[in-house]
Design a protein around this ligand. Structure first.
Ligand SMILES: NC(=O)c1ccc[n+]([C@@H]2O[C@H](COP(=O)([O-])OP(=O)(O)OC[C@H]3O[C@@H](n4cnc5c(N)ncnc54)[C@H](OP(=O)(O)O)[C@@H]3O)[C@@H](O)[C@H]2O)c1
Length: 258
């Protein structure tokens, strides 16, 4: 994909990877829109990057997606790139009695159903464009789970699977389907300073986005920077070993309970 002259919609662009992507795409002469749930965070992003177009929209609400689709396709008919970036991650102790069933699966609504709905809604628009792309954010944890975040990892494995199916179904269109699987990256998503992160190489967000843009420009459809690629490889050659490594935080969590 060329890195300039596009019209790009990024879900969840008020911080972290989404905001950095927005910044770098703006620098290269693209029209960039971001979404988020929080009005103040959207305003802060707009103050930081005045050329940004911001929309308050929650990917886990169908009515928000419908309203976003109506506005964006009317106001930005040249939209040709959708980045499904919005996501949340929580540590979940499945022994806990405190969480409601609905609360338990919040990541499924935001990290998985949201992107599937966004793709379905925006696909007709993307198919109209001579050159278009969908970028789905999965994770290194799509390939081997971190059992202390069981629902999050399941959503990322689902994103990896969905993205591969989508790529096959769109083979005869001009819409290219990319998967960006970041490794642990320094953002607000999770606490990179926790003892559970011992031995994990944490990537700077600007490094991650630089590597993504390099791959995106070369039409590398699966982009797995740093340890994300190692996790995929390890899961193939030593699946039990790598799962045991990633299970240590759960052993600590359960140890605290006993
Ligand atoms: N950081 C990592 O180590 C890492 C590793 C692998 C994959 N990823 C993936 O990268 C993506 C970006 O994460 P990040 O690390 O940049 O985290 P982040 O800094 O927490 O950013 C997440 C963004 O998503 C937005 N968001 C959350 N729920 C939303 C919803 N329901 N609707 C719309 N926007 C929503 C947030 O804004 P509001 O809260 O204001 O809505 C925020 O802008 C996620 O999909 C994450 O799973 C991150």
């Amino acid at each position: 994909m060329k890195l300039d002259g596009n019209t790009i919609l990024i879900t969840g662009g008020t911080s972290g990877i989404g905001l950095e992507l927005a910044k770098e795409f703006l620098k290269r002469g693209n029209v960039v829109m971001i979404t988020g749930r929080d009005k103040e965070r959207l305003e802060r992003a707009k103050t930081q990057l005045p050329q940004l177009h911001t929309f308050q929209s929650d990917v886990s609400r169908i009515e928000d997606i419908d309203a976003l689709h109506a506005r964006v396709t009317k106001e930005f008919p040249a939209l040709n790139i959708l980045v499904n970036n919005a996501g949340v991650m929580r540590t979940i102790n499945l022994h806990s009695e405190e969480q409601s069933l609905e609360e338990l699966t919040r990541e499924i609504d935001i990290n998985f159903k949201g992107p599937v709905w966004m793709v379905k809604r925006f696909l007709p628009q993307l198919k109209k464009m001579p050159s278009a792309a969908i970028v789905n954010l999965s994770s290194g944890l799509a390939f081997v789970p971190l059992p202390s975040a069981p629902v999050y990892c399941a959503t990322k494995a689902a994103m990896n699977s969905f993205t591969r199916s989508l790529r096959v179904q769109l083979k005869k269109t001009a819409v290219k389907v990319f998967e960006l699987a970041p490794p642990a990256t320094e953002t607000e998503l999770f606490d990179t300073k926790s003892p559970d992160m011992e031995g994990v190489a944490v990537m700077k967000v600007d490094d991650l986005v630089r590597q993504f843009l390099k791959g995106f420009e070369k039409d590398q459809l699966e982009i797995r920077p740093g340890q994300a690629n190692s996790l995929k490889f390890m899961n193939r050659v030593a699946p039990e070993f790598i799962l045991a490594q990633l299970s240590k935080p759960v052993e600590r969590m359960l140890g605290k309970l006993n």
